[in-house]
Design a protein around this ligand. Structure first.
Ligand SMILES: NC(=O)c1ccc[n+]([C@@H]2O[C@H](COP(=O)([O-])OP(=O)(O)OC[C@H]3O[C@@H](n4cnc5c(N)ncnc54)[C@H](O)[C@@H]3O)[C@@H](O)[C@H]2O)c1
Ligand SMILES: [Zn+2]
Length: 340
């Protein structure tokens, strides 16, 4: 796969919790030790699906560092895996001055971030996202979490990383399915905030623009997170396609990946026919699912079940104009209607 090369880029993120930089650059992983520095011991956390090519590249720059590898997959975002990592940190005498390096996709980032936020009431962590989804979305913004009692991301915290290193070269080992899965979130970012980003996906050679896609998606997320770190208002826009998306994710029980469910969720919610058609063509081009046969009553039930306690209202993001999403508050009874 060919990538358009970007020159090095530093994106500064400013939040109430802390300011930090995202470095976006090809081969930046080779400079990780230079950027992270030698202050504090390093604790690398990764999963079994991250290719040796990338783990060895980081490990050799920190020969003294300890490394914890957990089994890849969403099931590791668990209390059990969290406890194993905590035990490992305690046994290896990780102190408040030390640094966690999260190397992998969103699962590694969410779990390591949660570990970092709670170990000794919070220690530094550097995020090195290696999947499309984590490079454009989950690695910034400070949401960390594990799943519990069958509920996704129910235990977590807001904990900003102290640095994010994004090397688009790591995407070269990713499967086409995982690549498209992440790109669904970039399409979302385009729809809610950046028309030009959306339009990149209407070009046949969109894969030549991966660097720009990453950069633009990060800028959308940066602006939104800086405006509303704790998701009180505008950050809700990032949930476009996610209400139905989460419903599909639970309903299909692992058949579809997160981004694939968001793709279907966006198709379900969009009312504007022209935008819907354009989105449909993009999803087909990316080999993402458009809409799948399902038991609509069940999907609606999943989406509304946890809202019942919250006053029968649900915040839904809608896009009537590309690049300009808005939040609407609905009565939960309307959820079933849109499923047709
Ligand atoms: N914190 C947030 O704001 C936020 C936002 C969106 C999603 N998420 C979370 O992110 C998670 C999904 O993240 P994901 O899509 O990155 O999945 P993932 O972390 O499970 O990674 C997908 C697979 O790719 C493997 N992998 C990682 N890097 C690779 C590489 N360079 N080459 C080949 N294989 C590689 C992983 O080992 C894994 O098997 C979910 O748990 C979701 O809840 C969090
Ligand atoms: Zn998402």
């Amino acid at each position: 796969m060919a990538f358009l090369q970007v020159t090095s880029m530093e994106i500064k993120i400013s939040t109430k919790q802390r300011d930090y930089s995202i470095y976006l650059e090809h081969h930046i992983l080779e400079k990780a030790s230079e950027l992270i520095g030698n202050e504090g011991k390093k604790f690398i956390i990764t999963d079994s699906g991250v290719p040796f090519k990338w783990t060895s590249l980081i490990q050799k720059q920190f020969p003294e560092a300890k490394m914890f590898v957990f089994p890849c997959g969403e099931q590791s975002k668990s209390l059990e895996c969290y406890a194993k990592i905590m035990t490992w940190l305690v046994e290896n005498k990780c102190s408040r001055k030390d640094v966690i390096i999260a190397l992998g996709g969103g699962v590694v980032g969410d779990l390591s971030g949660f570990v970092a936020s709670t170990y000794m009431r919070g220690i530094k962590y550097v995020n090195i996202p290696t999947t499309m989804l984590s490079q454009i979305d989950s690695s910034i913004g400070g949401k960390t979490a594990i799943d519990f009692n069958g509920l996704k991301n129910i235990v977590g915290s807001f904990w900003q990383p102290s640095m994010v290193l994004i090397d688009p070269d790591t995407l070269s080992t990713l499967s086409a399915r995982q690549l498209s899965n992440g790109l669904a979130e970039a399409v979302k970012a385009g729809l809610i905030r950046d028309k030009e980003l959306f339009e990149i996906f209407e070009k046949d050679d969109y894969l030549q623009h991966i660097d720009e896609i990453i950069f633009r998606s990060l800028m959308v997320k940066k602006q939104i997170v800086e405006e509303d770190e704790m998701e009180q208002s505008v950050r809700k826009l990032l949930n476009f396609g996610h209400s139905y998306g989460h419903g599909y994710e639970s309903y299909f029980k692992g058949k579809y990946l997160h981004g694939e469910c968001v793709a279907m969720g966006m198709m379900t919610i969009l009312k504007n026919e022209e935008i819907r058609e354009r989105l449909r063509n993009i999803l087909l081009r990316l080999h993402l699912p458009v809409i799948e046969e399902c038991d609509k009553d069940k999907v609606a039930e999943i989406i509304t079940s946890d809202k019942k306690a919250a006053g029968n209202k649900i915040d839904i993001v809608q896009v009537d104009e590309i690049g300009n999403g808005h939040v609407e508050t609905w009565d939960i009874s309307e959820i079933r209607r849109l499923l047709g």
